[in-house]
Design a protein around this ligand. Structure first.
Ligand code: AMP
Ligand code: GLY
Length: 420
């Protein structure tokens, strides 16, 4: 098969690595890709937010299967356009991707479906939103309705912060994403992520993970896209996973199908667990980054068989072949991230790090300049390792981190510490 992956981060490097292991893959193209991906696949320069351009490229290159990594092409309708042309695609329609693109939409779907979630209300005028906040009191959670690059959620511990967040969001700080504000009850507990492949009807869990959102050790510093992750997440016991499938995932999929917008792709549920029960925090319509890197190392070549089964509506017979293993990924980022940082610093030492089925350096933001490898983003490398225990995976991942010669980079030293 000729396979096209859209995206160019560590998540897509991990997906490309897994797809490349699968004997079904004849030709692998990644758009736009990065320097690490270029070592295992062809990279194509393509506007992945333009459905017409992606479709033309797929036709011209006899692409049999398209795997969409990030949420933006989903929201832009790339999957819809490819399906119209009968090109197999993994990823939800724009209508189904609303489960990530609109928080109010998701709350409404989940309410109808009876999914356990935080109490909530939605507003488009500041006066009503402010009086609701005053009635409910702090702590309280204020969210921009739309996609806001991970910045649209304010967990307000006091009333002033909450009221300021309402004013910011409805005042246009997030553009169109802030046309509405969603206000939620503050939930406490332990957070974990649950990943499920969906084919519109059936659902297959493919792993659990926990990530580390703050920039620095001890959960200090600003929020980031994720500084490291491990899988499985011990807090998601088999019993809680059953509860999540029965009370959260299946009812959501049934309601999406009932609305005529069945969900196909990976559904990433962010969960809050307390007293042995999970409530939904939010859905994403894609794999987590960097959670995907840990999941792919665990699943290996079978990942593409499962992804293909989801895309072709054949999940009911699919099974995951679980190894009783653990994986961890440590993110190396450019100093300054998630604030301002410089691109273009040189990274050395990667040649000396062996890559095999138990450890690999996925590239998140890199480019080549001749023979030199340069940092080209905030999150730059994902040192990903697998082991019989989390401790073993962690030891391998940190040994790789220490072997990287990149003075302009930094990483957290405590990934997985809570689970150990
Ligand atoms: P989201 O983008 O919705 O995942 O929110 C980002 C983060 O905000 C989550 O990972 C949680 O840590 C926190 N959060 C979101 N909603 C709530 C809530 N209702 N109660 C407590 N924390 C929340
Ligand atoms: N690591 C969090 C996310 O991908 O949204």
């Amino acid at each position: 098969m000729n396979i096209l992956i859209l995206g160019g981060g560590g998540r897509e490097h991990a997906l490309a690595w897994a797809v490349q292991q699968n004997p079904k893959c004849d030709r692998l193209i990644v758009a736009p890709g990065n320097a690490g991906i270029a070592e295992i696949a062809e990279c194509a320069d393509l506007d992945i937010l333009d459905p017409g351009q992606v479709a033309t490229f797929a036709e011209e290159n006899a692409v049999d299967f398209v795997l969409i990594g990030p949420e933006a092409p989903l929201a832009a309708g790339v999957a819809d356009r490819l399906r119209e042309l009968d090109i197999a695609v993994f990823g939800p329609s724009a209508a189904a991707a609303q489960l990530e693109a609109s928080k109010a939409f998701t709350k409404e779907v989940c309410e109808v479906a009876g999914v356990p979630q935080a109490g909530w209300a939605r507003f488009s005028d500041a006066a009503s939103a402010r009086s609701y906040v005053r009635i409910k009191g702090a702590p309280i959670v204020i969210k921009a309705d739309g996609l806001a690059a991970g910045k649209g959620v304010i967990v307000a511990m006091d009333l002033d912060t909450a009221l300021a967040a309402v004013d910011d969001i409805l005042g246009g700080a997030f553009g169109d994403a802030g046309a509405e504000v969603v206000i939620e009850e503050f939930m406490t507990g332990e957070e974990a992520s649950f990943f499920v492949l969906c084919d519109g009807l059936d659902a297959l869990p493919i792993g659990t993970a926990q990530d580390h959102k703050r920039a620095f050790d001890g959960d200090q510093g600003p929020n980031t896209g994720g500084m490291g992750a491990y899988s499985p997440a011990p807090v998601l016991s088999p019993a809680i996973q059953d509860q999540v499938m029965a009370e959260i995932i299946r009812p959501t999929l049934a309601e999406m199908a009932r609305r005529g917008t069945p969900y196909q792709g990976v559904l990433y549920a962010g969960l809050m667990i307390r007293d042995g029960r999970a409530r939904l925090i939010e859905y994403n319509a894609r794999f987590g980054d960097p959670e995907c890197q840990a999941l792919m190392l665990r699943l290996g070549a079978q990942a593409f068989d499962l992804i293909e089964a989801a895309a072709r509506g054949r999940l009911s017979g699919a099974r995951v072949n679980w190894a009783d293993d653990h994986a961890m990924t440590v993110v190396m980022a450019t100093r300054g991230y998630p604030g301002a940082y410089e691109k273009g610093s040189e990274i050395k030492g990667l040649e000396a790090i062996p890559a095999d089925s138990s450890q690999i350096v996925f590239h998140a933001g890199t480019r080549r300049d001749g023979a030199r490898l340069l940092a080209n983003g905030g999150r730059v490398l994902n040192l990903t390792a697998r082991g019989a225990t989390l401790a073993e995976a962690r030891e391998r991942a940190y040994a790789m981190a220490e072997a990287v010669d990149w003075p302009q980079g930094f990483y957290r030293r405590d990934i997985g510490a809570r689970a150990l």
